[in-house]
Design a protein around this ligand. Structure first.
Ligand code: DGP
Length: 112
């Protein structure tokens, strides 16, 4: 298994976990871009948004349920951003689907 995030799921690489259930885990980003920067990932290896289908989309639904819960837990009631980068042109560096939950300050800069 060469995927870094699969190794984190398997506890072969340590991480600062903030949530885990049967479908997803969430842990703090090693290089936080904002005061709160959490990655929410499926426990199965889906490479990115380009591999989401009707068979695995229940993992994505759970990820967003967890994002909503974590936003409350980390006091992001003023707002936050969820980002997923896709493939090379989208700036994805780890090819295992992950959602960045970013918050804890006013995220002024926007692409769109
Ligand atoms: P992306 O560039 O969208 O593929 O985001 C990958 C993120 O993963 C990046 O913000 C840094 C984070 N990351 C990479 N390796 C590790 C790791 O071993 N542990 C943790 N906690 N985060 C990692």
């Amino acid at each position: 298994m060469s995927c870094i995030f699969c190794k984190i799921i398997a506890n072969e690489i340590p991480s600062e976990r903030v949530y885990e259930d049967d479908k997803v885990i969430a842990f703090k980003d090693i290089n936080p871009a904002t005061p709160v920067h959490i990655l929410v990932i499926p426990k199965v290896h889906i490479e990115g948004v380009h591999e989401i289908d009707s068979e695995n989309s229940h993992y994505v639904a759970r990820a967003f349920e967890v994002i909503r819960t974590l936003a409350e837990e980390f006091h992001l009631e003023k707002g936050y951003r969820v980002i997923t980068n896709v493939k090379e042109y989208g700036g994805q560096s780890v090819p295992h689907l992950h959602f960045h939950l970013l918050g804890g300050k006013n995220l002024g800069e926007k692409i769109i």
